[in-house]
Each structure stands twice: as C-alpha cells, then as structure tokens.
Design a protein around this ligand. Structure first.
Ligand code: DGY
Length: 321
C-alpha cells in the first residue's frame, strides 16, 4: 500500500524534513516563506495529511475543499489559526505540539523580562553606536528583578515553567486561574488572584493564555490602568491578547515602565510607535525558536499523523471547547 500524501506548508528543520520524506509521499517542496491562502488551500485539497504553521489561516472555506484530509497537524501549541469547529465537523483530526516547547518559551519569557528590567537591548545598541564614553554611576539605571512580584496570567504548562524559574530570583508569584482559586499541585506560596488584583499587585506581568474569544484584548486600556507605573508587561503568548494601541498609549504616557513583546496583534506588522520606544524590547515571535524544540515539534506532528494512519488515536488531538 502506498504511503499517505503529506502537504507541509513551510520548510521545517532538516531532521523533520528528512523524516517526513521517509515516512510519507511529500506533495510539495516547502519553502521558508509564508505561502498564500490559495497555496495552502490547494495543498490541503490534495493531501491525506498536512502540517501547517501558526501563520497559515485555515478557515472553513479552505477546509471545505480539503475533502481527502484526515489530519491537520499544527506546528505550534496554539491553534487559533485553525477553525477547529469546522475541521472537527468535517471529521479532520487537528493536533498541536504541547510540552516540547514549554521550556524554550519559558526561557524566552525570562530573556524578555530581564532584558526590559535591565535595559539589555538598549545597552547593546548604545555600545554598538560608538557613543559610549565609559562607566558612569547614573548610566542606564534599570529595575531590580530579585524580590519582586511576578504576576502570571494563564497558569498552564508555560506559565508554571515561568514561575519555577522565578524562584531563583526569590520572587513572589501571583497567578490567575479560571476560578481564581488555587490550582492543585502548585506550591502554596504561589497565590491565585483575580486578574484586576494581579494587575495591581505585580511588578512584572507575563501573559500565557491561549488566544480565543475570551482572551482577545484581555489586556486593554482599563487593565493597563490598573498596573503600577513601575511595572513591566511581557507577552510571549499571542499578540491579540493585548490591545496594542492601548499599550502604546500607556507606554507613551509613562503609565507603564516598559514591555517585552515576542508577539504582535497583526504579525509581522506592529504599532509604528513601538519602534520609537526605548523601554520596549521587540522580538520576532521566537518563543519556541531553538533548533532542538523546533525538531521536536516537527517529530510530534509526524507521530500524530502516523498514529492516525495506523488507526490509532492521535496523541495530541485538540477538540473544540
Ligand atoms: C506556539 O507553539 O504556539 C508558539 O507560538 C510557536 O512558536
């Protein structure tokens, strides 16, 4: 029996591409660039299985033509790019890549947190500019991280990994949970809070919620107004969780000390004022971007596809809420 046909929307790391070519009939020669919606549509139309990425909008119109498709493996833990209800209604299994990117995303969250607190990107630019004339007692003074309060919005796998790393900095942990009550199995000194209370209390607020209708613009003008003017906001989740224009206003008016952003509302575009603000650090959606993690994410996609064609449950199937 011939192996199932596979469409891969973007070029994945070499070990994943080699394994994909070994195990399946690859329908296309994926490139590094983001394919158009039409290209993804024709890819999915002809495939038994597909690997898509978070930059592919897989909507109901596209899925309507994917009549052969049995499984859509999303190369991400988040799957807001897929109309999950439409896929499920068509009997298409949708999977994601949880766990394997938890540590790399938590590490990057900390890279941003430390970078904004200690002005790392600004300092690097200063030295490179050639203007630095030497050490000075008042030069580029930042904010301490040790002994501060870290507020984690969304205490799932990544939120917990970010909190664990904070123990080395002796930080107080406050977190939101859906019920605002303590989550089982967490250290008792990590305290749950309702979102408004957490925003008022935290020196650093880090976002780790999935993007859906309940979390779209979860942090807007009203929420930012609750934060301390000395506080920093970090986002490695999804851009639309923050109302970007409201964040820019708060930063311009110094109602917030700074922000570390790995994700944006309309990626790859971002609010033009962010470019001018020295108190923000901007990254190009690098949360899971280590070679080992990106290889593991690809292998999980292939494992899920293999399971489905072996008649087994896909280990990482996601279902509509
Ligand atoms: C995810 O998996 O959702 C990440 O954003 C990918 O980098």
């Amino acid at each position: 029996m011939s192996s199932p046909t596979l469409y891969i929307s973007r070029l994945l790391p070499d070990p994943v591409m080699r394994a994909a070519r070994r195990q399946f009939q690859l329908l296309n020669d994926p490139r590094d660039a983001s394919p158009s919606w039409d290209t993804v549509k024709s890819g999915l139309r002809d495939a038994d299985a597909a690997i898509c990425t978070l930059t592919d909008r897989v909507d109901a119109a596209l899925l309507a033509e994917a009549t052969r498709l049995k499984i859509l493996a999303n190369y991400a833990v988040g799957y807001n790019n897929i109309d999950l209800a439409a896929a499920t209604a068509r009997g298409i299994v949708v999977t994601n890549t949880p766990d394997v990117l938890t540590d790399s995303t938590a590490d990057l969250t900390w890279a941003l947190l430390l970078a904004v607190a200690r002005r790392v990107a600004e300092g690097d630019a200063y030295v490179r500019s050639g203007d630095w004339s030497g050490w000075a007692p008042t030069q580029m003074l930042g904010t301490d991280v040790t002994d501060k309060t870290l507020g984690i919005v969304g205490m799932g796998r990544i939120g917990q990994a970010v909190a664990q790393r904070a123990t080395g900095f002796n930080m107080r942990i406050r977190y939101t949970s859906r019920t605002a009550t303590a989550l089982e199995g967490l250290p008792s000194q990590w305290e749950p809070r309702a979102l408004p209370d957490l925003l008022q209390e935290a020196d650093f607020v880090s976002l780790h919620v999935p993007l859906n209708s309940a979390t779209h613009h979860l942090i807007g003008g009203r929420q930012l107004a609750l934060m301390k003017p000395t506080a920093f906001l970090i986002n490695t989740s999804r851009g639309p969780v923050i109302e970007e224009a409201a964040l820019v206003d708060a930063l311009l008016q110094r109602r917030l000390a700074g922000a570390g952003l790995d994700v944006f509302e309309q990626e790859p575009a971002f609010h033009p004022s962010l470019r001018e603000l020295r108190q923000v650090v901007l990254l190009p959606h690098l949360g899971s971007a280590t070679l080992a993690t990106r290889v593991r994410m690809g292998m999980i996609c292939l494992d899920n596809i293999t399971a489905v064609f072996a008649g087994k449950p896909a280990p990482n199937q996601v279902s509509p809420a």
